[in-house]
Design a protein around this ligand. Sequence first.
Ligand code: ADP
Length: 409
Amino acid sequence: MHDGNPYQTLYKLSRALYQDIHDRDKLLHTILKQTACLIEAPYGCLFAFGQDQDIQAVHTFDAIDFDTEGWRILVEQGMVGFVYYGQRLLIIRDVGTDPRWMPLSVLPTEGAAIGIPLFYGSRVVAVMILMHDTPDYFDHHHISLLEEISGLARDAICASYDEEEAEIEQLRRDLSAMIYHDMRGPLQSIRGSIQKLAEVLANHENPLVLTMLQIGIRSTRQLRVMLDSLLDIQRLEAGQAILRNSPTELRVLLADAIQLVQPLAIDANQRLKFEWDNNLPMVDVDNDMILRVIINLMENAIKYTPEGGIITLGAYPLTDERICVTVKDSGPGIPRHMKDRIFDKFSRVRYRNAPQGLGLGLAFCRLAVDAHGGDIWVESEAGDGAMFCFTLPICLTESDDITLLATTA
Ligand code: ADP
């Protein structure tokens, strides 16, 4: 067996494997070659399996040249199948007498063989078989070395799959971001055209025409908000900084939000109430993003509260550095078990006759508030309305900055 410091040998092997994690075929081949070299086995082969237990590739070296029929027999009746399905190491001391050794013309007919499964998590993704011309060649030293190698191989295979999954995920994100982005153009044209039509037909004798056009305008706006949320969620999830923080009058943001959602509240025959002091501190936020958070919460409150309800928008300083914004409604509330989950993408509470939605708004709100270093949560007793709360950083004035510097110095 290979002489020298075993730790150094394994360290070198680990480095060699990590160099190949970007190319799974190459990685498996390296595992086979390096292992055979370490345990001085003159023949070896490695069977790589796919998700559906199908053989995806066979790596061999030294005079072994399987055809597809040979692969199949080895998996169905031979040693490869025993290791794959048994999920553990197997030694055949004498291939000449053991029925698990298949008499394939390409395989040696004398000597010993050892097979080990290679894992990705708990799934066997490959089976490696190593052979030697001497019967009983493999002993407990080989076994413990192979167990170490199997651990290293598992880590490298895992890194390789993770990398592949991350790449696929990135591709999926890029593709959907492109689609969301490109859909905004035609949508804008549809909205513009309907708006124009509404202007031209403003005095149409049939009032239904204008109502229909208004529905069209509202729906295209909803679609646009949805696309923007999807794009923002993707960017925020990818950790891309899209914050353009600036000192902002929170009062102005709250007033803007109210102005934008008031028509919806009027339509739903709901009363809007406001609760904040005139001397609210400035906040350090990305205006657009936080305005959209407030609007999202207000629109939800209006959407999920029955006609005639009350929606209260409030804000109060929580500490010297944080301010809390609240949106309270008199709707059905959020069941206890859903309080955290509703902030996950596509998560919705199943109320009877609930308005339609996608479950993206609150996911966006959480990511946006997170990106400002704040917290968002909901307080609610079922049937007694919901109060969504989130915190924002108060903008430190110059004198505060100086005090802070002085205390930290
Ligand atoms: P959407 O409203 O498009 O479904 P959201 O992410 O904004 O997506 O909300 C997720 C879910 O949380 C909603 O489907 C609804 O079940 C619940 N929800 C949100 N806001 C309220 C609210 N104010 N009152 C009751 N349920 C709410």
